[in-house]
Design a protein around this ligand. Structure first.
Ligand code: RNT
Ligand code: ZN
Length: 422
């Protein structure tokens, strides 16, 4: 008979402690194991894609840093994703952008992209029993160089981007059909002005028309869902963003689309946690881009912050996990990119676990009884409960390394694979 490990003993103690509060740790772990997170492919190559060697240009977003080992081709990116996924408990999804097409060296314009250009991604996902999500790419392109795409005043340019959006929905639907799980295709555009515009109205009227055109073709919701993502500002769109929060909230409600809430796209003290139950009072489903804003940047690696915990609490407390598609969105080129995925995803899962370990019934009872003293006291006591022991047990059960052992695996991968890339 094998002796129980320190991890198992710590878990047993934690199980008892949580049991004392009426919380079933095994149920929490089972629920956690069923939550898919959509990993964003673009953390692996600094949002470069494989269209050209220029990488990310414009769009109001920027990846800074020059840590060695960036994935230079799809096979490298897939290998890096495999490495990361092996260090993250649970079964997850991959979120692709259109610039990650594989066209066999042939130039294919964005409005001509088709499912065949993503066949290798589809097969890769299928072999891993993973779902795929998708995004048209409205940046890093000559026709986006002046900062406008779907809201462009030039009809030819606007139509080009409409065709791109429509093509991407068909690719998304093909993913959904092939993989047996709906693909969420998310529209985010950079359109906006650096300085105060004279006309805020006309670009929004054009954007609304363009979206209607992009979404004109009906697609089976069993295979495909549309999302729209707003933003407050970007680099060179500091004063005006056409696709603002209010614009897309209105659009999503009226056109029955998913609203994408990106945690880095609001005023610095404004979190998205409080928005979840508000928008879900009007929408069936939403998409999250879990990110971390730092001052003017919205794309730092996700850490176990109060903001992240508040998001996870809302998802669990509101029983929203079945209506919220969870994606990640950050890109840091100054640290090991595989580690960035692992840190961000593990933190998100830890936040969900902490939320799943709450004595929800007890808290609600206190609140209903007006016992706000008890509510505050219990919420604070919960912060030092031994959730780490439950998390470790989850990693053990899911056969992924615990604690800093995953970092050793990433370091070994860096030595043997990433360091060989120049
Ligand atoms: C940009 C948006 C958008 C992008 C990705 C690459 O501010 O957050 O989601 O990060 O499409
Ligand atoms: Zn985003």
């Amino acid at each position: 008979m094998s002796e129980t490990s320190p991890i198992e003993r710590a878990y047993e103690l934690a199980r008892e402690r949580y049991g004392g509060l009426g919380v079933d740790t095994a149920r929490a772990l089972e629920a956690l194991g069923g939550v898919p997170v959509s990993l964003h492919c673009w953390q692996g190559d600094d949002v470069g894609g494989f269209e050209s060697d220029e990488g990310l240009t414009g769009g109001g977003i920027q990846a800074t840093g020059n840590y060695p080992g960036r994935a230079r081709a799809a096979d490298e990116l897939r290998a890096d994703l495999d490495r990361a996924l092996g260090l993250i408990p649970g079964r997850h999804r991959l979120n692709l952008h259109a610039i990650y097409a594989e066209t066999g060296g042939r130039k294919v314009e964005r409005d001509e992209l088709a499912p065949e250009h993503f066949a290798r991604w589809r097969d890769w996902a299928k072999a891993r029993d993973m779902g795929l999500d998708f995004n048209p790419t409205f940046f890093s392109h000559p026709l986006a160089a002046d900062g406008f795409t779907l809201a462009h005043a030039d009809e030819g340019v606007r139509r080009f981007w409409v065709r791109h959006g429509a093509a991407c929905r068909r690719i998304g639907a093909a993913f959904g059909e092939a993989l047996g799980t709906p693909c969420v295709t998310n529209v985010w555009i950079p359109d906006g002005y650096k300085d105060t515009p004279a006309d805020r109205k006309a670009p929004r009227v054009r954007l609304r028309q363009s979206l209607d055109e992009v979404f004109a073709e009906p697609l089976d919701p069993r295979y495909h869902r549309d999302a729209v993502e707003g933003k407050l500002f970007g680099i060179a769109s500091e004063s005006y963003v056409v696709g603002s929060h209010e614009f897309y909230l209105g659009y999503a409600i009226q056109s029955r689309k998913l609203l994408c809430l990106d945690a880095g796209h609001y005023h610095p003290t404004e979190g998205i946690a409080d928005k979840i139950s508000a928008v879900l009072a009007f929408l069936d489903e939403i998409l999250l881009h879990v990110s971390r804003g730092v001052r003017w940047d919205s794309d730092h690696v996700v850490v176990l912050s109060d903001d992240l915990r508040a998001i996870a609490e809302e998802l669990v407390r509101g029983d929203f996990l079945g209506r919220v598609h969870i994606g990640l969105d950050f890109f840091d080129a100054s640290i090991n990119r595989v580690a960035a995925w692992v840190i961000g995803t593990r933190c998100l899962l830890k936040a969900l676990l902490i939320a799943l370990l709450e004595p929800a019934g007890k808290l609600r009872e206190m609140e209903a009884a007006g016992d706000f003293t008890g509510r505050l006291a219990l919420l604070e006591e919960l912060k030092t409960m031994p959730f780490g022991a439950v998390w470790d047990c989850h990693c053990l059960q899911q056969s992924v390394p615990l604690g800093s052992a995953w970092l050793e695996a990433v370091r070994a991968y860096e030595r043997s694979v990433l360091a060989q890339r120049s």
